[in-house]
Design a protein around this ligand. Structure first.
Ligand SMILES: CC(C)(COP(=O)(O)OP(=O)(O)OC[C@H]1O[C@@H](n2cnc3c(N)ncnc32)[C@H](O)[C@@H]1OP(=O)(O)O)[C@@H](O)C(=O)NCCC(=O)NCCS
Length: 190
């Protein structure tokens, strides 16, 4: 699959050489605070996950979010990953997952931009009809970022997530292809 380019980011296929950095990100409690990952992850487990992923169709492969290294337009740095999973081709619906693993790059708009690029790919290339995700109620940064990317809150799983000894609601957010085409986000700048 060719790289997918945004204004400041690109999405590229994940290589075996990315496994180390993925492992670092998913063992960082601040990064996983709002992810459905509750067990420490070994390098061997992550390698196993990667090999399993390669057996799946490319539409289910995770994509690395790269930004250009400062003052070096030809050098890219991995800051996170994202991708579609639970792709339902009959209903043309897919769930999105995203993680910016380099915490110093939170709140700089990269997550929103990666979502734009992924959603555009979903609607304009994969011919999806609906893109959706789940986000914990205790993750206002995620909710705000997805709203900026054009998703709306469509419902709630009440007290569906247990963590820190209590239950949290889980929001379901989505965007339909018609809404994407009507939004500014579908302009070709992304
Ligand atoms: C969630 C995540 C993908 C968002 O990406 P990001 O690049 O950090 O987010 P953006 O900079 O695009 O947007 C963040 C927005 O949330 C706002 N925000 C940040 N913290 C906030 C808070 N506590 N309350 C309300 N809004 C908040 C920011 O101000 C910004 O909005 P603005 O542009 O209107 O000012 C990223 O932070 C991440 O991967 N976090 C760790 C893993 C995770 O939570 N993954 C998502 C699981 S559903």
């Amino acid at each position: 699959m060719p790289h997918l380019f945004g204004k400041r980011i690109r999405l590229r296929a994940a290589e075996r050489t990315d496994i180390d950095i993925f492992c670092r990100w998913i063992n960082d409690p601040e990064v996983t605070e709002n992810l459905a990952l509750v067990f420490p992850m070994s390098l061997a487990q992550e390698e196993h996950w990667y090999e399993d992923m390669l057996k799946k169709p490319p539409s289910h492969h995770v994509l690395v979010i790269d930004i250009q290294a400062e003052n070096q337009s030809d050098t890219w740095q991995a800051i996170g990953n994202c991708g579609f999973f639970n792709v339902d081709w009959r209903n043309r619906s897919a769930e999105i997952g995203i993680m910016i693993g380099e915490k110093q790059h939170w709140n700089k708009g990269y997550g929103t931009e990666a979502m734009h690029v992924l959603i555009k790919h979903g609607f304009e290339t994969l011919n999806l009809h609906r893109v959706w995700l789940q986000v914990y109620s205790k993750n206002p940064r995620g909710i705000r970022s997805y709203e900026k990317a054009g998703l709306t809150r469509e419902g709630l799983f009440r007290q569906a997530h247990y963590q820190h000894g209590k239950y949290y609601d889980v929001h379901i957010m989505s965007i339909l292809r018609d809404e994407w085409h009507l939004s500014d986000a579908s302009d070709d700048q992304h």
